[in-house]
Write a protein that binds this ligand. Sequence first.
Ligand code: UN1
Length: 509
Amino acid sequence: MNIAAKKIDVASEAAALLDKMGVAKDLYTGGDMPSFSPVTGEKIASLKTVSAAEAAGKIEKADEAFRAWRLVPAPKRGELVRLLGEELRAFKADLGRLVSIEAGKIPSEGLGEVQEMIDICDFAVGLSRQLYGLTIATERPGHRMMETWHPLGVVGIISAFNFPVAVWSWNAALALVCGDAVVWKPSEKTPLTALACQAILERAIARFGDAPEGLSQVLIGDRAIGEVLVDHPKVPLVSATGSTRMGREVGPRLAKRFARAILELGGNNAGIVCPSADLDMALRAIAFGAMGTAGQRCTTLRRLFVHESVYDQLVPRLKKAYQSVSVGNPLESAALVGPLVDKAAFDGMQKAIAEAKNHGGAVTGGERVELGHENGYYVKPALVEMPKQEGPVLEETFAPILYVMKYSDFDAVLAEHNAVAAGLSSSIFTRDMQESERFLAADGSDCGIANVNIGTSGAEIGGAFGGEKETGGGRESGSDAWKAYMRRATNTVNYSKALPLAQGVSFDI
Ligand code: UN1
């Protein structure tokens, strides 16, 4: 295989896509920050970065834009997001392809990610007419009490490589209808897709006509630039997606200045396969949940508890699926599993597998698949049968490793299920109502997402997305997650001629 010839292909295809989406060439050529494609491991662009002072300037600019945007009626703000949804529909194939190039996703997952963006835009447009407050009964005669939701300010967004565009849109679409400005610090591993999103939003802004300048900003840079965003006094909310390690740094810094945080951090998601489960259904759900996106979703299935009565029926079939799953170049083949993001991900996976072996794990798969790209890291997904939940099973390794364990007692397996630090997503496979209801009850799964007879990954945008414990507690996307992007004012109006004090207090002067 001629690697030199391929090199030109991926980089020039990325450039052609960026050009089509309206990204100026000088933003990604001749700069100091390289972007790589995990598909071949080669450098595909060199982006211009911002200095700390420039980043602060962009935040100030966004704050000015916010001050005007907050006065635009919410349904009109919704019109901008409606146009964004239209632009995303028009560029779905191009942006999806760029996601495949820069994040290594297979085509249907690259497109699926853009679909998720379109869906959240539709949701936000409807929401722009439903930013409801309450009217509350007061204890005083001739008074009215109500709740009003106001725009909050500049929303900082820090996103990860694995959902390089959708996570921005969950935040940006809601923030924009809520009357906020957005400043985005994308992952250093996926800056090109961020430039593309910004260009697509700018098209929508141009069609909208009179949005204030600077409403949406992108900060291309490293960790120090992320810190400028986290520490800036004019950023009242930062929504950060990434590792628990990152959240441990971002959370306290925000708390120190009393800014809000939406943290969407690690997951160590588990599934339980009960005696009555539909095993065909479970098999497919487990395969997608554990191997899909090469195990690089925060919702990826990482632990599986299988009841002893069905273990010997399910696990050999699963192993077969692991052995036969197609691993390959997502741009050139119909493979179901694309590359890991980089060498560090590959090394982390090998380390976890070695540790699992030390704890008595029996491994199927996990080896590198050579596709002729020295710096492209393709692996066979690994299924590891573990005698018990210990060692690497207790931690999230961002790679396709599924730890499989046998269980016999339902209460004990529920306890095991919850005995990890993260609390993002979970699922149970059962046709027994008592088991499924227990799983969803107060003493059931302790995760932010708990599913029955579907996998842990691939959540719809309509629900609130996020998790508990070391996952960080934040909620993004659907349901009432919008409330985090606004400030709530409680208003009491006295339309009587007297001034009764609450709680019966008298204070006559
Ligand atoms: C993530 O991996 O950071 O539920 C987000 C899912 C997707 C989002 C994942 N809708 O798998």
